[in-house]
Design a binder for this molecule. Structure first.
Ligand code: CO8
Length: 259
């Protein structure tokens, strides 16, 4: 693998874990980090031995947002022409394998948006989510106004985006922003266990399930339902469906195919 300066990439069986690694800046997202993250995600997606991906940070910060020092002097023309920092942002949501964000500490601004671009978020009990861009004279620029609102509803999203306040882990769980909250010491293990469970299922079914759920964020109910039905039908063409159902009937654990 290419050496990285701002992230760590490990593979643990069929799981890839990407750790954001700019500790002195609380994992603030700059161009170099985003380029490395994008490269690593693309490589993991293309690697047939990887079935699920975890993105995580440190105990203190998942990511404290875009690097404010790097963008303080940016002007409109440069931001617009270079599609500033978000230029490879869509790589995250274009990954076809399931991606879990394991969040401890601060997930602010672009950090919160990065977690939101993953498929699900598992949080440590010290996690703090926020879109504080308003305090800097700007607004969220990488999906905060859209994905946060879809995740927690308009009232709470407006509250967070207009006041810039943080939401703790308990509120994030109540609001549906995160799927589970665990003690900090259990975060890495919980995310890995979850990723391993996913990796143990059929590759086609986990990827299609992700695709179908993510379509709810884009499509009408009727086209989402139609997609789901066709994807469901197509899975009957797979060896994993034969194995999964035979295993149930024979009262044994299914062994899904490795690509
Ligand atoms: N950018 C650059 N450096 C940062 C950032 C950041 N976002 N956050 C923290 N740091 C640096 C600090 O400057 C400090 O560095 P130094 O020691 O050299 O002064 C170091 O990290 C530690 O930070 P603090 O001393 O402030 O630590 P505290 O524990 O006191 O506070 C906070 C932690 C509350 C997280 C505080 O650092 C903070 O408020 N940070 C800024 C949070 C923020 O406003 N984030 C939003 C940024 S704007 C944004 O994300 C727009 C997204 C647009 C799209 C992006 C796509 C990638």
């Amino acid at each position: 693998m290419t050496p990285y300066n701002n992230i760590l990439l490990e593979t643990i069986d069929a799981v890839a874990r990407i750790t954001l690694n700019r500790p002195a800046q609380l994992n603030a997202l700059n161009d170099e980090l985003m380029d490395e993250l994008s490269y690593a995600l693309t490589a993991c997606d293309a690697n047939p031995s990887i079935a699920a991906i975890i993105i995580t940070g440190s105990d203190k910060a998942f990511a404290a947002g875009a690097d404010i020092k790097a963008m303080a002097n940016l002007d409109f023309e440069t931001a617009y022409l270079n599609n500033f920092i978000t230029r490879n942002w869509d790589t995250i949501s274009n990954v076809r394998k399931p991606v879990i964000a394991a969040v401890a500490g601060f997930a602010l601004g672009g950090g919160c948006e990065l977690a939101l671009a993953c498929d699900t978020i598992v949080a440590a009990d010290n996690a703090q989510f926020g879109q504080p861009e308003i305090k800097l004279g700007v607004i969220p620029g990488a999906g905060g106004t859209q994905r946060l609102t879809r995740a927690i509803g308009k009232a709470k999203a407006m509250d967070m985006i207009l006041t810039g306040r943080m939401m703790d882990a308990a509120e994030a769980e109540r609001s549906g922003l995160v799927s589970r909250v665990v003690p900090l010491a259990e975060l890495a293990g919980t995310a890995l266990k979850m990723a391993n469970i996913i990796a143990g299922y059929g590759r086609l079914s986990t990827m299609m399930a992700k695709e179908a759920v993510n379509l709810t964020q884009e499509a009408s109910l009727s086209s989402g339902l139609q997609f789901e039905r066709r994807a469901f039908h197509s899975l009957f063409a797979t060896a994993d469906q034969k194995e999964g159902m035979a295993a149930f009937i024979e009262k044994r654990k299914a062994t899904f195919k490795k690509p």
